[in-house]
Design a protein around this ligand. Structure first.
Ligand code: TPP
Ligand code: MG
Length: 605
């Protein structure tokens, strides 16, 4: 005999799931109780939004499906913003929510909503309610399959309390303890050959490498392909990029997609690989792809193929598999002539030290996209950062060397002038120098995201996770989840001060589990995206020089003190030297840490 809850956990275990992230109530007690004798750990999160993002980070780091448990209607409601993120990021997740005893339905019971799955139906692939105890293990298995099937996304399962503890008939015990079926998509070789031919014969070809590339493992083959055919590459738009889709220091890489960039504007053939075309932020006054372009698209998400711009060829396929196929065909075929390759070189290779033409600053900025001229990425050494000078050298290193850094507290803060602030570009450049070769970045930095994409080298053994969803409060918990899923790597959360404060209590779970994540918080005094939006709107707020809803002053927020309250060590840094010292100490300590990095806020508006 086994209870429906313990059988559901056995199905999860059969699928290699070792932990559930959640925030329970008494309704979910049968699940918690069953977990004690299962091989599954329950990781307590202090808010359901934290649980969703942490499970997402863990799932993305381990290339598996994250699992979350939440409490009835109220807990489900708190999952929404991060479920919107996961839906946008095509990230698989299974949410199991306890529901009230179904004999209480329509009696106005505690926490009752008439249709619990209905709360999340718009932002999940499927949302079901278990209608018999025997259905619970079956739907857990089906949920795992649907969540991971292309295009992946979150699945929701409401489980009435009285079904969880119910004992199952022998025939149902063990029935669903198997791996969820995987769905495979294979591109047809003839279609791939057409794409290789189009790339070879084009005058001005372009490849858009999207999140489908970064989510897979065929990037080295794509790099080899573009080198063979001498083709420029752009990534997805900055704000939709959620993975390392192409090495940012590669000479063929022209930054993130921008309709204004030269390689986009003059292209005659565009091949989009696992890329969204597009997730529009504002109505495009000009087409992102000009009408004469021949567009050929490959992706595992049918909705994205030919979505806004007509595709000459739209291939529904696994992106890794397609890249392998394209590469094989390119290797076996004659390819472009030597004369053609020579012709392409000038257009394809980014000159060392030249500014990128991409609009890498197109981020969540309200009316109009902010365009930031970014440094060249042809060579790491060629990064052309802001010409602004850094603040004065406070030379903390010597002082820090003699201080017992085991004490929690903001050592740096004690030695700082409150007026000092770093240029944000410098923050990125110093991070780039200090962080290890195999660092994992988890990015929710809003207006700083373009700088992360252009001034921090993302290549080689480095890994990058971001979100395209726009729901703040993903970054820190996702980083904790990534760290738990990649215990052998160091993980840095790169988050805005605004975003950080949506789910900062994720730090407690990091401290509790000893996950040594380092959160670098870009402290620019608040919601600079809102501040910039008001400025660009250029009406009353701009004229009165008064920007409601954007500043964290009066009082200022003591982020390090909050972090220490959750058991995490914290540093305030206001100069590059302090940043470097704090990063070193944080990385060496092997403990979760917060670095509250004060940057010049006027940079953002
Ligand atoms: C859950 C949620 N609430 C509100 C917003 C609206 N919003 C978009 S950007 C932003 C400010 C972000 O501030 P911060 O993280 O500090 O980044 P910065 O704008 O300073 O770069 C806000 C509040 C949102 N995206 N998500
Ligand atoms: Mg901010």
């Amino acid at each position: 005999m086994a209870s429906a809850a313990s059988e559901a956990l056995a199905v999860l275990e059969a699928n290699g799931i070792g932990c559930i992230f959640g925030n329970p109530g008494t309704t979910e007690v049968p699940f918690l109780d069953a977990s004690v004798s299962s091989g599954i750990d329950f990781h307590l999160c202090l808010h359901e939004g934290v649980a969703v993002a942490m499970a997402d980070g863990y799932g993305r780091a381990t290339r598996s499906t994250g699992v979350v448990m939440v409490h009835t209607s109220v807990g489900t409601a708190n999952t929404l913003a991060n479920l919107i993120n996961l839906r946008s990021d095509r990230s698989p997740l299974l949410v199991i929510a306890g529901d009230k005893d179904d004999r209480l339905s329509a009696r106005g019971c505690f926490c009752e909503v008439p249709d619990l799955p209905g709360l999340v139906r718009q932002v999940t692939k499927e949302a079901w309610r278990v209608t018999l105890p025997e259905k619970l293990p079956e739907l857990v298995l089906r949920g795992l399959k649907v969540a991971a099937a292309p295009a992946p996304g979150p699945v929701f399962l409401a489980v009435p309390e009285n079904y969880m503890a119910a004992e199952l008939d022998a025939g149902f015990v063990g029935r669903d303890r198997r791996r969820a079926d995987r769905v495979t998509l294979r591109a047809h070789p003839e279609e791939l050959a057409r794409i290789v031919e189009a790339l070879g014969s084009a005058e001005r070809p372009l490849i858009i490498a999207g999140n489908g590339v970064g989510a897979g493992s065929a990037l080295p083959l794509l790099v080899d392909l573009v080198e063979r055919l001498c083709i420029p590459v752009v990534g997805e738009e900055v704000f939709t990029t959620n993975a390392l889709n192409f090495p940012t220091d590669h000479p063929c890489y022209h930054g993130n997609f921008s309709a204004q960039s030269a390689v986009v504007a003059d292209a005659d053939v565009v091949v989009a690989l696992g890329a969204r075309l597009f997730m529009e932020y504002a109505w495009p006054e000009q087409a992102a792809l000009h009408p004469g372009i021949r567009l050929l698209q490959i992706g595992a998400d049918a909705d994205e193929l030919g979505k806004i711009y007509p595709a000459e060829l739209a291939v529904l396929a696994d992106v890794d598999d397609a890249i392998c196929g394209l590469h094989r065909i390119a290797v076996d075929s004659a390819g472009p002539t030597a004369a053609k390759l020579a012709q392409r070189r000038t257009r394809t290779f980014v000159p060392r030290g030249a500014p990128l033409s991409s609009g890498a600053g197109a981020v969540l900025s309200g009316a109009g996209m902010a365009l930031e001229t970014v440094g060249a990425v042809a060579q790491h050494a060629g990064f052309a950062g802001s010409a602004d000078t850094a603040v004065a050298d406070t030379s903390l290193s010597a002082a820090l060397a003699g201080i017992d850094t085991a004490a929690t507290g903001t050592i740096a803060a004690m030695m700082n002038s409150p007026m000092q602030r770093m240029q944000p570009v410098r923050l990125l450049q110093r991070m780039d120098e200090i962080l290890p070769e195999d660092i994992v970045i988890v990015d929710e930095s809003v207006l700083s995201k373009s700088m992360m994409q252009s001034h921090f080298r993302l290549s080689g053994r480095r890994t990058y996770f971001g979100t395209s969803g726009g729901g703040l409060g993903w970054g820190i918990p996702a980083a904790v989840g990534v760290q738990l899923g990649m215990p052998g790597r160091r993980v840095v959360a790169f988050v805005g001060d605004g975003g950080a404060l949506f789910n900062i209590h994720a730090l407690w779970t990091a401290a509790h589990l000893g996950a040594p994540v380092v959160a670098v918080i870009i402290n620019n005094d608040g919601y600079m995206a809102v501040r910039r939006g008001l400025g660009q709107f250029d009406r009353a707020a701009q004229q009165a020089n008064c920007f409601p809803g954007s500043s964290f002053s009066m009082p200022t927020i003591d982020i390090p003190m909050i972090a220490r309250g959750f058991g995490v060590r914290a540093f305030t840094v206001r100069s590059e030297e302090e940043l470097v010292d704090a990063l070193r100490i944080a990385l060496d300590s092997g403990q979760p840490s917060v670095i509250d990095a004060h940057v010049v806020s006027s940079h953002y508006y």
